[in-house]
Design a protein around this ligand. Structure first.
Ligand code: NAD
Length: 371
């Protein structure tokens, strides 16, 4: 297939969907790869590196593209320039991109959304939610350590003993566990909480203390968390307040798929934190786990600095792109194993990821929302 890699146009997006090291994975099976001029610059991959890897570097790769790879969805103008029957692979948050999804349907484009790849064992190598959460979780812990003007580790010196910092992590999915692991490696004492029962064991396996609250767990379908009722949320906040007050660093990563992030920490709870404490909210883009957080900014609440994550994986664009590109290349191997499109929509992975195909919205929740 003629594969196009576009330069990302959305604000604050520095990643690229294919890195030079992986171009050969596509050309080896017969694809040709056209990369838009400057597409990799944000991730420190220059045009020469793509050319050396066997791609062509062009100003408009969309004109004759059969398969378009990007991180963020194309903008509507770019989508309208796609040849009929083209296939797009990108993140595609359908509830936020309703006009684009309608355009893709009406244009007869086949669109695959990376966040809809089912989380089954066979699709693990295509799981871009996990790969990008890993980057985000690491980044959160490092940002927390950087903003905190004190040591993470215990230091025993001739001049006296410096106690370690205490870090509390709320939400222990992929990102939270990576934040725990990173904070532990830096030497902090880490405590963590998640509403899922299975999370306590995972938290302990990272060497952190699992915070146990006397509350029912909230395990939903597919191992994801369910939304909390208001009374449950209030009780959880009440029970977590002393842990938050005692933390030097608080990292929140809690999400409920497809919904606004739950507010786990109120402004009043942050106001109880000690001078100089730091709050890092990974969920700021989807409303925030911390009341008063602003995505992309550091705001002051009480005596704490509160950092609102904004497209956090893109803040480490090199490794995030490398991992995302590997996820995409693995999906392309399923989509076109020998260089030609074989769109087997009976395949659970492709069926799950497909948003639009042949003039129809195939992703049921999106169809219900839009039609
Ligand atoms: P996510 O990004 O959707 O959410 C982050 C975490 O926040 C989750 O652990 C969730 O339980 C937690 N959370 C939600 N509401 C909360 C609340 N009110 N208080 C505290 N914590 C709250 O999660 P994720 O990283 O995508 O992982 C979610 C699940 O999916 C986990 O069970 C994980 O093991 C599983 N998973 C499976 C696969 C696979 O099978 N391939 C891959 C990745 C993750």
């Amino acid at each position: 297939m003629r594969v196009a890699v576009v330069r990302e146009t959305r604000e604050a997006e520095a990643r690229v969907a294919l890195v030079p090291e992986l171009v050969a994975k596509l050309t080896a099976v017969g694809h040709t790869v056209a990369v838009e001029t400057g597409a990799g610059l944000g991730a420190l991959a220059d045009d020469a590196a793509y050319a050396e890897a066997g791609a062509s570097v062009v100003d408009d790769p969309l004109a004759d593209a059969e398969l378009v790879l990007s991180v963020q969805p194309l903008d509507r103008e770019a989508a309208r320039r796609l040849p009929e029957h083209a296939v797009t692979v990108s993140f595609l948050p359908t509830a936020l991109e309703t006009d684009l999804v309608r355009d893709l349907r009406d244009l007869g484009i086949t669109s695959l959304a990376m966040e809809l790849v089912p989380r089954i064992s066979r699709a693990q190598s295509m799981d871009a939610l996990s790969s990008q959460s890993l980057v985000a979780g690491y980044r959160c812990a490092v940002v927390c350590a950087g903003l905190l003007r004190r040591f993470f580790p215990l230091n025993m010196t001739a001049a006296g003993t410096v106690p370690p910092a205490e870090v509390v992590v709320l939400g222990a999915g992929v990102a939270g566990l990576q934040a725990i692991a990173t904070a532990k490696r830096l030497g902090a004492v880490v405590k963590a909480y998640d509403v899922r029962a299975a999370a306590a064991e995972e938290i302990r396996s990272m060497g952190a203390q699992a915070i146990e609250l006397d509350l029912p767990t909230l395990e939903g379908a597919g191992g994801y968390a369910r939304e909390m009722g208001e009374e449950r949320a209030r009780l959880q906040r009440e029970l977590l307040a002393p842990y938050v007050a005692n933390a030097d660093g608080l990292i929140t990563t809690a999400a409920v798929p497809g919904r606004t992030a739950p507010v786990l920490v109120t402004r009043a709870m942050v106001e109880q934190m000690r001078p100089g404490s730091v709050v890092v909210d990974l969920a700021a883009d989807s409303g925030g786990n911390v009341e008063g957080v602003v995505a992309g900014e550091v705001v002051r609440i009480g005596q704490a600095q509160v950092w609102g994550g904004r497209n956090v994986p893109a803040q480490m664009p090199g490794p995030a792109s490398r991992l995302y590109a590997q996820n995409v290349v693995n999906l392309v191997a399923l989509l076109a194993p020998e260089g030609e499109l074989v769109l087997d929509l009976d395949d659970e992975i492709l069926a799950g990821a497909c948003v639009t195909h042949a003039g129809v919205i195939r992703h049921e929740p999106t169809r219900v929302l839009l039609e």
